[in-house]
Design a protein around this ligand. Sequence first.
Ligand SMILES: Cc1ncc(COP(=O)(O)O)c(C=O)c1O
Length: 453
Amino acid sequence: MTDKQILTLIENEDERQKIKLQLIPSENWTSKSVRDAVGSVLMHKYSEGSALNRYYEGNDIVDQIETLCIKRARKVFEVPDNWGINVQALAGSNANIAVYNALLRPGDKILSMYLPDGGHLSHGWSWPDMGLSGEKSKRVYKGTKKAISLVAKFYDIVQYKVNKESKLFDYDEIERIAKKEKPKLIISGGTAYPREIDYERLGKIAKSVGAYYLADIAHEAGLVAGRVCKNPAGIADVVTMTTHKTLRGPRGAIILSKKSLAKAVDRSVFPGIQGGPFDNNIAGIAVCLKEAMSKEFRRYAEQTVRNAQKLASELSKLGFDILTGGTDKHLILVDLRNKDLKIGTKGNTSSGRYIARALDHAGMTTNKNTVPFETGSAVDPSGIRIGTPTVTTRGMKENEMAMIAGWINQVVEVAKKYSSLEFEEFDKQISMDKEITKIRDLVKTLCANFTLE
Ligand SMILES: Cc1ncc(COP(=O)(O)O)c(C=O)c1O
């Protein structure tokens, strides 16, 4: 039986990804080999346990796949021989939860990055959160409705923010908070922090207060693999990453942990928080790791960063406020407040939702995002986040980034015409605007010159 309805929807999505510029930093376009592995018969198999130590029969082939995947991860991420590698966590959030479950007890304190400054939900988030431990977070732990992520219900979350002027991490301040709060775990890594992180310094801070240090490199895993970003393996106690962002693999995660913690991490993934792993995804991860060993992938990683830097500098020239003035990675965060768009009938300044929608109508898919010292909210934030992993996979370079920056600027100018409308009306009007339609056609033509296989 062919399910025409779903098949058509998949074809439509394939078309959408191809005719628009996918500029969401956490997305990418995988190779056909990765997609073949993920769509294979491996999805039928149950293989609870670990390679050569399973609870089900018939796993001799799956054992070889998982072993190969781990071997490749060791090579790609230069993981010390005595460190453990787990490739079974189903996603980045699960990998982080598995680490907490392995290292902490409920109620233990975690020091992580403040979500509106670019942290991640799986590092603990409650609302409203003052960013510091106190009465509020205690109440959260006791199970009030304020805990947004499960992690905030189970653990006492303390968070550090970026510096008000530089928007960079202030390591002295993190050290001060760590000394005062004495967390059991310190986490670095975020969804919208465009700069390299000082893993050595955070490792030292963690050690000085007797905490574990988890470096979450979900976003930059591919840039670490391509040797353009620093590698925390061997420095942090545990490293988690997703495989579906810059690493250009299927959805999944990898956990690297030092020898003394490796067994606890494995047991935490299974039987701690998961059942059977997705063997098809593990095969896909193995394929993407092989691809990541190639010279072509290194060139890709370098170009991804160069493209993001070019986009940042072109947008800066056009008067956009780029957080931290640029990027070391694949992503940039744009604070739109200086564009002075008066949004909706209340005329507020948090225009991220409006601009992200306008850009999508113009063929450029980004996402609305909170910015440090946010004055809006998560649903109506003041910024947008833009990333270059997918457009770089398409083969685009600096010239195309300059074109994209110009189009983004045009879209923001057009949006000003409609910004006093309520969102639904804004959405409708801007989707029909002649200038927007023209940009959408130009984007389509550009995309046709940079095909995706
Ligand atoms: C820093 C960080 N950690 C963890 C995750 C969670 O990944 P997943 O969506 O696979 O659960 C993300 C996803 O964006 C992330 O940015």
